[in-house]
Design a binder for this molecule. Structure first.
Ligand code: FE2
Ligand code: FE2
Length: 468
């Protein structure tokens, strides 16, 4: 098998013998990890998957049946821009960095490792879900997300091997050694250690947690370190499908719940095997709050340093800002002081995590609007909502304090007393789990979710997306 078949790429890998050797050494370890920690029980099945074969805007993806271990994980970067420039910060307008700037080497490696760690983590979190799929269409989407997270891991490992030498190689190995939820060797970020063991979790995860990925990748896609920018730009095209799976998945659950509410005089969907709106709301509260943590502290000197260095920008830095230096200006946020919420003004560059988080929240709200439209269309008056950004936080200014869903500061006792109304209880999880029975006949779907409006890539819903 030639090199391109083993490691598809558009980075001229055959001309870089050192990198080629490093990646060929890593490849069997990756496959061993995929075998141990990838989707359980479906490795030998043929799945109708899209594979990245090139980065061109047309036809970059190829659809066909493939067994997941034979998926062509590859290294694809957006084409280089001739005379690319640093797009923001203190070095604004200077030539983009083709190598890692020395003084930011450790910090940049940390960013890449942290992003890279999320990719295999989510595959591990989702590895049992295939056994309880609501339809073949959903099963295929799960596996599509899984193999692309595997490819995203390749993308980050390429950067580590290609630009960081020995410590990069060690970090690439460690990415295959940590395990989601394992107390002895956990994944780096907490959202990626939470169990994702039912399909409502899966849809909320891909809606909220993969969407954090979109914003992190977008900020890095503006990076003055050009190999990172080009890598992240291409990952974003794949990420869009993951968020589609989550957004439409939740929309379909909400729609089905609304239909069942109308069928029962007491609007009791449990009696009809549906997922009640209050449980859906709790899952939203849980995954939204954990995903907010992924943006880091509200006030952050790291974010200021990274922006100054031209390494991590804002969302759509080039399209939606005119001042790319942002050396002046301030941002006001609420912090807890002496048991009260008070405004504090911080330099703009120190508030960039919070500004990115704000963009993310706006995007999430659009999802909520779509789900509420599904409720309205079915004639149901109840509405779903996002909790306040201060609710249930474990990172940043609000960690260690307690807030209600509206963001009002409350005591620990008040929080504990209301917790079972705000976050999924063991009983809620068990109830959702009890509905998770596999439906694997072509064209059929579980009772707790509505079918999708259309299939994938022109295929109908009634298509054999996975050959079991
Ligand atoms: Fe990813
Ligand atoms: Fe993703």
């Amino acid at each position: 098998m030639n090199l391109y078949d083993r490691i598809p790429n558009n980075v001229n890998l055959s001309e870089d013998k050192r990198l080629q050797r490093a990646l060929e050494k890593w490849l069997p370890n990756f496959l061993a990890w995929w075998h141990d920690m990838g989707p359980e029980g479906f490795q030998e099945k043929e799945v109708w998957l899209r594979t990245a074969v090139d980065v061109g805007s047309e036809g970059w993806a190829h659809f066909d049946y493939v067994k997941m271990p034979d998926y062509r994980w590859g290294i694809f970067l957006e084409p280089a821009q001739p005379d690319a420039k640093v797009g923001f910060g203190d070095n604004y307008g200077q030539p983009a960095y083709q190598e890692v700037p020395g003084e930011f080497r450790n910090a940049l490696r940390r960013i890449i490792v942290t992003q890279g760690d999320t990719e295999p983590a989510s595959v591990e979190q989702q590895r049992q879900l295939g056994h309880t799929c609501p339809s073949l269409y959903d099963l295929r989407n799960l596996f599509q997300v899984n193999v692309e997270e595997g490819r995203h891991l390749w993308a980050m490992v390429y950067l580590l091997h290609g630009y960081f030498g020995r410590d990069g190689r060690d970090e690439a190995d460690a990415l295959l050694e940590r395990r989601s939820g394992n107390p002895d060797k956990p994944r780096i970020l907490e959202a990626f250690n939470q169990p994702c063991d039912d399909w409502l979790n899966f849809f909320a995860f891909t809606m909220f947690t993969d969407r954090d990925g979109k914003y992190q990748l977008s900020a890095l896609a503006e990076s003055g370190f050009e190999p990172l920018a080009r890598t992240c730009k291409f990952m974003l095209t794949e990420e869009a499908h993951h968020m589609f799976v989550g957004d439409t998945g939740l929309s379909r659950v909400v729609k089905r719940t609304a239909q069942l509410m109308k069928q029962n005089p007491n609007e009791d969907v449990r009696a009809l095997g549906g997922i009640p709106l209050d449980i859906i709301q709790k899952y939203i509260n849980f995954w939204f709050s954990y995903s907010l943590d992924l943006f880091g502290g509200e006030i952050s000197s790291n974010s200021a340093d990274f922006f100054a260095a031209g390494l991590k920008g804002r969302f759509k830095e080039q399209d939606q800002y005119t001042d790319h230096v942002a050396a002046e200006g301030s941002f006001t946020l609420l912090v807890v002081e002496d048991g009260k919420l008070v405004p504090r003004e911080v330099p703009l560059r120190n508030a960039l995590n919070e500004i990115l988080r704000g963009e993310y929240v706006k995007d999430c709200e659009k999802g909520l609007a779509r789900w509420n439209k599904a409720l309205a269309d079915e004639g149901i008056s109840e509405r779903l909502f996002l909790p306040n950004v201060r609710f249930h936080r474990h990172v940043g200014e609000y960690a260690g304090h307690y807030f209600d869903l509206e963001g009002k500061l409350i005591t620990k006792e008040e929080f504990e007393a209301a917790k079972s109304e705000w976050l999924p209880t063991m009983e809620d999880r068990e109830y959702v789990g009890s509905l998770m029975k596999p439906v694997t006949e072509v064209g059929r779907i579980a009772n707790w979710i509505a079918p999708p409006a259309t299939g994938i890539k022109g295929k109908p819903f009634e298509f054999e997306y996975v050959r079991l």
